[in-house]
Design a binder for this molecule. Sequence first.
Ligand SMILES: [Ca+2]
Ligand SMILES: [Ca+2]
Length: 430
Amino acid sequence: MKNLFVLLLIFILTSINVEAATVDFSANKACEGKYTTLVAITNLSDSLVLQYKWDLNNDGIYTDAYGKTINYLFGNADTFLVSLIIVEKSGVIDSMSAPKEVIVYPIPEVNFQTDNLCEGKSATLKSTSTIQYGSLTQFLWDFYDDGTIDNNSGSLVYFNCGNDTTFITKLEVVDTNNCRAFTTKTTTIYPQPKASFTTQNACKGKEATFVNNTTISGDNIMFNLWDFGDGNYSTTTGNATYTYENEVIYNVKLIAISSNNCKDTTTQNITIYNSPTLNLTFSPDTVIFEGGSVMLSASSSFNNYNWSTGANSQSINVNQGGNYSLEVTDNNGCKDTKSIQITVKGISEVKLKSDILTPNGDGINDFFMIEDRNAYTKCTLAIYDMWGMEIFTSTDYRNDWNGDNLDTGAYYYVIETDKGESKGNINILR
Ligand SMILES: [Ca+2]
Ligand SMILES: [Ca+2]
């Protein structure tokens, strides 16, 4: 009975031993292009194991690799199903209940952009690297590619550009799975323009000129951006002109941009003055008679007068018909111009406007009127009644006699002027 118990115990223990054979493996985190290390895990002692056989491509055939520890290159980033069987020396074959996933992580796509690689400027270098899974944790910038990391502060770094030169920049990025990749690029530092312009204070409504004196050596200016300070801009390849509408001091900015996108900015104030307004006056009239003259004047005083006749005085005397113009300049150099047409009228005979006088104050024939009275420098008038008695006389008649209180009837007049005379009847009607 005791022997039977011992045998039973041995049988049970042996059975447990056989059924308890476990098959598993571990795999390290591998990155694309790197070997994955797979290590079999079993409760069998090595002395009982004849062979470890691996199926690494999930085709059910365990001939892809042999050994308790293997290194395998899966090739691309993916999830692979891997299984393992253990052949015991006893001939028993132990297997996994199901294949197990092995992940090969992708490596980052590494790239970077540069901006403002200009002499003496602070250039910007920005990583544009990406990763399919996880995130990027380190950005290792090596300027000059000399193996010494110059900056590991992040994806966006700055570089103080010295003089125009060319070198290699290397960026290596590392992700959360410790997968890493790098790229190198030739970094060129370009010539820096020196923006400069000159201008002169200008007048409202008149074109202001900006002369571009920007310089650059070893490169070209692609274009100039002008900010006129009033919200308006323009781009030129050289100088600029602009007309301001208000008398204000404006801050004008020039940004010169080279063909390699190096920029320089300069600013300068321009004062815009109010433009003068010229009014032309004339005396006595824009219509003058032969032998007469008219005085043309600027109604207010200016710094400088420039008549179309060549005169430079505030007023001129004109006795010829035609168009006369005057340009005036104020203390700020701002100008205005006006012109005036002078007509000369010829006098053929001394005439009355009407030979009827109706002095009733209705505005019609109320006064004894000589046509073109202003044409005569001398004008005398005498009125006689029908008996030849002089009843009115003036040596400087101004078209201002209303017949006094004479009765209705016919009267006789004599006009003498410097250009001739006239005699005849005038009829007063009341
Ligand atoms: Ca296989
Ligand atoms: Ca370096």
